[in-house]
Design a protein around this ligand. Structure first.
Ligand code: 5GP
Length: 191
């Protein structure tokens, strides 16, 4: 999605520690027209794959996951972050390491919202080391459902998470893929 590359070039800001800030259009202020295009692009990538549900993690994945859900006409579920692992009730839960906050947190989904017959598309804003997506894969497997693949707005390929997940046989589609970045330059991978 060349538009995403243009958007990152124009509006993204590289922060120390390999973090790209896209608060201007995705992470705080949302460019709603562009969000709709992202949803359509994800729907096109996974057209005909029989996706029945979209799964993301709160909070930064919710907007793009909802846009994809609207375009694909399927429900979107978000895993909720929980401070403790001992949550009562009928839930699937897993632990995820946060790249941006450098801490572990628990995420949970009610049994009601992930069913064994679901074919699930994982959606997130960023893919870095792959911990968030791996947590989502774990939740889908706990439910006995199937992972159809993953779609992320921005993959930072230099962190290796996407390729490690692909090596496990999971399809991963970024809308833009960053090969390398520094304070004053961003190099994109060919998609
Ligand atoms: P991973 O689990 O793949 O290491 O990191 C993905 C998660 O960390 C995403 O859900 C996203 O919220 C956050 N993240 C990772 N890298 C970046 C980044 O460069 N910028 C922002 N804004 N978030 C990031």
């Amino acid at each position: 999605m060349h538009k995403m590359e243009e958007k990152i070039r124009r509006e993204g800001k590289v922060l120390p520690g390999g973090i790209l800030k896209v608060g201007n259009f995705l992470n705080q202020q949302i460019d709603t027209a562009f969000l709709e295009e992202m949803g359509d692009e994800i729907a096109e990538l996974y057209e005909g794959c029989g996706v029945t549900k979209i799964l993301t993690i709160e909070s930064s994945g919710i907007a793009i996951a909802a846009a994809a859900g609207i375009s694909m006409n399927v429900p979107m579920v978000f895993a909720k972050k929980h401070k403790t692992s001992n949550v009562d009730g009928e839930i699937y839960s897993t632990t995820v390491h946060s790249f941006t906050h450098n801490t572990d947190y628990h995420v949970v989904v009610s049994h009601d919202y992930l069913l064994p017959e679901d074919r699930v598309l994982l959606v997130d804003d960023f893919l870095a080391n792959g911990h968030a997506l791996r947590g989502l894969v774990d939740l889908v497997h706990q439910a006995g459902a199937e992972v159809v693949g993953a779609a992320v707005a921005i993959e930072k390929k230099f962190q290796g998470g996407g390729d490690a997940i692909r090596e496990e046989g999971i399809r991963v589609e970024p809308l833009a893929c960053i090969a390398s970045m520094s304070d004053d330059s961003i190099t994109f991978c060919q998609l």
